[in-house]
Design a protein around this ligand. Sequence first.
Ligand code: FRU
Length: 491
Amino acid sequence: MEWTRERRYRRLQEASAEELKQLEMTVQQCEWRQHFHIQPPTGLLNDPNGFCYYNGEYHLFYQWFPLGPVHGLKYWYHTSSKDLVNWNYHGVGIEPGYYYDSHGAYSGSGIEHDGKLHLLYTGNVRDKNWVRYPYQALAIMDEDYIVKKQEKAVIESVPIGYTDHYRDPKVWKENDTFYMIIGAQRENETGCAVLYSSLDLKEWKFEGELETNLKDFGFMWECPDYMVLNDKGVFIFSPQGVEPSGDNYQNIYQSGYIIGNPLTMPNRTFKHGEFHELDRGFDFYAPQTTLDPQGRRILVGWMGLPEIAYPTDRNDWAHCLTVPRELTVKGDKLIQKPVKELEQLRTNEQKVNGMIQNETVANFDLQGTVYEMICEMTSADAHAFGIEFRAGETNKTVITYNRKEKKIILDRSQSGEAVGEEFGTTRACYMDAETIKFHMFVDTSSVEVFINDGEEVFTARIFPNKEDRNIRFFSYNGTVQFDARKWDITK
Ligand code: FRU
């Protein structure tokens, strides 16, 4: 069946109980369902939304099209957790359908105000000729998870100078003022972000553009996020239309950040350093952060990309979120570490260590499809070393440190069923260190590798067979000392 516009814009209520049951069954039969990542019950998940600590819990919503693995009429799906590890699933958080969000409740953020969780998001509207009208809307959630949409949108139009690509409000508070940053496209089809201010989250004053030195950097900036972290201003965004350059910007769209002096509103000039990608892997986009009661800045990303088919589509679902990462600033770079709470998931600790020399060694005691592993590898002479995992007779996924070229490389060319091959099958980034610490979170169909305590991260979906369980350590042209700890994750 073809995904016509009519099918993409069907509402959840239009599906019969039988149809939904059938969908769920198809999803359940998928061999690639995840164990410890947030994934949709059916249909497609994309951006994390409304991430916020409110009333004793973390709330994390996501963009959701329930009725198939395609981008269609978007809902917000609501999840919550006390520990960032065990999530409760609450179903629909925001339902589209008002005059200001008839064609989707698009991405946005959450902030507590007057004891309630205020959700600011983009209402996507299309007219008969399929012309797009973005509205910025407000929905308010109480302690019982009841979400009430406001009668009217809070920002009804796009200011002169910008196109209808104007969305994804992220809100924060400084003293008594709320600020909102929105991803936008200028009329000359370059991307940027704009700022608003408000005293009550309802009436918003347009302040103007965030002035950066990235004047011509892609055609649209999606999902902006701004924060002060370790006394620096950090601006995260997902630019579309940045061309590949060396090892950088290899995915269809990018997401990254610039760091500078904190903004001092109403001065919107952001003096900043270079743009860095947040993730060096294949499947990462549209991240969102929140500040928690412990003062941590936590980031969750969409482990997927727009406009790419994934093998799970056949089973009527697509994508998941990344594990939460704690952010800190070091120089002009962000350090990303998996949140400590994830350690709760560890069971069956195993330790192995040893020396390898120009060889690939499988340790058959060490196996799995859903696990965490930390492996330190050191060499004074090897050309390259690394780890093969989710490996079997023919398949393997490989993370390598090429010591000679000073590069970390993730290779999924033999991972199993291919995905997005037209964008290449390896990803790489610069890294200069004697010891490399690979900290990996492996789930049924994904891997997240944190390198050297979060200096870089590689995230990828992979689609191996369930028999592909081996872990092998290797070294080329030299001797490598390795030291690994592994835990099963049983969830
Ligand atoms: C990013 C994005 C956002 C938009 C949402 C719609 O992936 O395109 O800009 O709000 O997805 O689902």
